[in-house]
Design a protein around this ligand. Structure first.
Ligand SMILES: NC(=O)c1ccc[n+]([C@@H]2O[C@H](COP(=O)([O-])OP(=O)(O)OC[C@H]3O[C@@H](n4cnc5c(N)ncnc54)[C@H](OP(=O)(O)O)[C@@H]3O)[C@@H](O)[C@H]2O)c1
Length: 292
């Protein structure tokens, strides 16, 4: 999967000041990408919390003289997303797009509200699809640039209680792999990466509530900065799938090799504790009218 280091990728990361676009830049992994790249790049930061983005923009301007544009947008909203996609399509100065905005939910699929499941599909899938389409044509024409799609280890190892999350992250990984093959087919220098972190300190798990170390012990938790460094190192090496941390690399390697029966047994064993935390809702059997 690795290819020799490519000058244009090195330029994206170290030398060229062209634009880096980051969705979900108001906290966690997106903010860590912004902080890491601010000294060397202009930035376009997107999220719903405008004041957070503004304070990052002010900080980068003061510290590094970085030109930081911000857009307050809900990317699960069709009109916000289409507006941003149209704006990106019209710009030819984008060096790197990081499709990072995302969130989790917890609960058995049929017991969670459909609205949050729909929003998740729109954010993880439709936003990634439309923003990628908006920038990739220009990148391929110029033979320059990169896209990082922030997926998850959940793309490879599924868990009860997070069905849509695992499914949408698996889509992001498969989508990125398809792009990789198409770009390779035309010998393009454009680089795509599916970044697949495991548990990462951010606001993601705060929003879900509960004790984070009940999900996994401290050794399984990474900082957002570690995740970003792994991604940038992966970009330098033109790696398609980047899984930060040796434990997760091993986990993904083993899970991908296991026969499905064994993988499902392992997944349901590790998911049992998670399921115990979820209340059981038993739907009463439907009453069948007499005569049917
Ligand atoms: N933390 C983990 O353990 C972990 C593990 C694997 C993968 N990931 C993935 O990493 C990515 C970043 O998550 P994180 O851990 O950094 O969590 P986070 O701190 O909660 O950050 C999520 C970011 O997404 C933005 N966002 C959420 N919904 C949005 C929407 N509808 N429109 C626009 N922006 C939206 C949030 O900004 P606003 O609220 O301001 O809109 C925030 O900036 C996600 O895709 C997540 O699935 C996280």
């Amino acid at each position: 999967m690795d290819e020799p280091a490519n000058l244009s990728v090195a330029k994206i990361l170290e030398m060229d000041r062209r634009l880096v676009v980051i969705t979900g830049a108001s906290s966690g992994i997106g903010e860590a990408f912004a902080r890491r790249l601010a000294p060397g790049h202009d930035l376009l930061l997107i999220a719903r919390r405008k004041e957070r983005l503004q304070s990052l923009a002010d900080e980068f301007q003061n510290k590094f003289g970085t030109q930081t544009e911000i857009r307050a947008a809900d990317l699960s909203n069709e009109s916000d997303l289409d507006q941003l996609a149209a704006e990106l399509r019209a710009r030819a100065d984008i060096a790197l797009l990081v499709n990072n905005a995302g969130f989790g939910t917890r609960g058995r699929f049929w017991e969670t509200d459909l609205d949050s499941q729909e929003r998740m599909h729109k954010l993880h899938i439709l936003a990634t699809l439309k923003l990628t389409h908006a920038v990739l044509g220009n990148m391929v024409r110029e033979d320059f640039g990169g896209i990082v799609n922030v997926a998850s280890v959940s793309a490879f190892v599924h868990n009860p209680g997070t069905t849509s999350y695992g499914a949408t992250k698996a889509w992001m990984t498969a989508f990125t792999e398809g792009l990789y093959l198409e770009l390779r087919g035309v010998r393009s220098s454009v680089t795509v990466q599916a970044l697949c972190p495991g548990f990462t300190y951010s606001e993601f798990h705060d929003a879900l509530g509960g004790n984070r170390y009940r999900a996994a012990g401290p050794a399984w938790w990474h900082t957002a900065e570690e995740v970003v460094e792994a991604s940038l190192e992966g970009l330098r090496r033109r790696k398609l799938i980047v899984v930060p941390g040796w434990r997760y690399k091993l986990l993904v390697a083993i899970a991908s090799k296991l026969p499905i029966g064994l993988r499902l047994a392992a997944e349901s064993a590790t998911g049992r504790a998670r399921m115990r935390e979820m209340p059981v809702h038993i739907t009463p059997p439907k009453e069948i009218p007499e005569g049917d």
